[in-house]
Design a protein around this ligand. Structure first.
Ligand code: QUE
Length: 367
């Protein structure tokens, strides 16, 4: 029986657990309740015998809907987090991130074969749902981005784990520019393991339902070769111009390049939050011993970032007033000091730290 929690549909059919995001008006951006519903299902399926595979996707278009469902997951409910900072000092916002990161960690350590269908907008929190899955399917509808620099947040949901493991300097490039990848680029960069035409997805899910242990064979059989990834043509420039872990060096390299591509990427980087960029470069330059340590650090950073002016004004500019004209403070890379970053990265007091869900007490998957 499907357990409808309103915005997530969780259903077990035989040996397959199926999680469908169903908050189409917000492009399935995750709320605390949605994360709790996903956690409840994952915990139940962990303890249940015979759940071999878990599918994560977005719900199909509802009958009578104004528009087709076009988002896998646009991120998290950052407007709620902002309101919480203003109303209660951020307690509800911190609770959201604590819950979301427990969900990310449960997926990362899931004993089942996990597969995410990124058949639409996949940003921030959506990337955090897809990347812990063993199989990640892109389509011609996939638009993937880590856009947190536009709202003065930082790449969380495990991005500090996954992005430095991508080829070259793609991870740094993606966050600093907010670039959007299509399905072919997701496959090329390693965000996706398979590329399927969207009209084969139902067939893939039906075949997985029949034979959950054959997920890889099913996806291999239905996958097609996408058109060449545009990003591949810029890989050499990305690895060269974004090679430094210092924001000032990257900006200097983009300025002195002289080409049109570098000029447009320079404009993208300088429009984004300088503190986000410096937090990102530090986060991606270091490695944590396991995914739980990753989420604990990211939670500490999140608790600091949501209280800053940049987050409040960034969410205002992008999601509330939609003027896309945030005022960053500090406004320049030079204004963001190492001491400020040290304070953002400092461990939280013991009683406030992130902890994994108790059901996740198994060894982390090796990275
Ligand atoms: C950066 C972000 C988010 C974003 C835009 C950014 C984000 C997020 C959303 C979003 C989009 C559509 C919705 C919604 C939220 O946009 O995290 O509720 O309907 O959730 O530039 O980090």
């Amino acid at each position: 029986m499907p357990a409808a929690s309103g915005e997530v549909i969780a259903a077990r059919t035989g040996a397959v657990g199926h999680l469908s995001l169903d908050r189409p008006r917000a492009l399935n951006a995750l709320t605390t309740k949605m994360c709790e519903a996903i956690i409840a299902a994952l915990v139940q399926w962990r303890g249940a015998h015979g759940v071999e595979a878990v599918i994560i996707d977005h719900a199909p278009t509802r009958p009578g809907a104004e528009r087709p469902a076009r988002g896998f997951c646009a991120g998290g409910d950052v407007a709620m987090v902002r309101a919480s900072v203003q109303a209660d000092g951020g307690a509800a916002g911190r609770a959201f991130f604590h819950t979301e990161y427990r969900m990310n960690h449960l997926l990362f350590t899931a004993p089942q074969i996990t597969v995410a269908f990124m058949d639409g907008v996949t940003m921030g929190g959506g990337v955090g749902l897809a990347l812990p899955c063993r199989y990640r399917v892109a389509t011609e509808n996939t638009v993937l981005a880590m856009p947190e620099g536009a709202i003065g947040l930082f790449p969380d949901v495990g991005a500090g784990w996954y992005l430095p493991r991508l080829p070259g300097r793609i991870g740094q490039f993606l966050v600093l520019t907010g670039a959007r990848l299509d399905g072919a680029e997701c496959l090329w960069a390693g965000f996706a393991t398979h590329y399927l035409p969207a009209d084969r997805i139902e067939e893939a899910k039906a075949a997985i339902a029949r034979e959950p242990r054959a997920v890889e064979a099913v996806l291999d059989a239905l996958a097609v070769e996408p058109s060449p990834a545009r990003l591949a043509g810029n890989a050499e420039a990305i690895d060269r111009l974004f090679v430094s872990d210092r924001l000032e060096d990257i900006l200097a390299a983009l300025r002195s390049d002289g080409g049109a591509w570098a000029a447009s990427e320079l404009a993208a980087v300088t429009a984004k939050c300088p503190t986000t960029a410096k937090v990102t470069l530090r986060l991606l330059a270091q490695r944590r011993p396991d995914f739980a340590a990753e989420m604990a650090l990211e939670y500490a950073i999140a608790c600091r970032m949501i209280l800053r002016h940049d987050f409040l004004d960034g969410v205002r500019a992008v999601l509330i007033d939609k003027d896309h004209a945030p005022r960053w403070d500090p406004a320049t890379p030079e204004g963001v000091t190492e001491a400020m970053l040290d304070a953002i990265f400092a461990p939280l007091p013991e009683a406030e730290r992130w902890t994994p869900h108790p059901a996740a007490a198994v060894a982390a998957r090796p990275g």
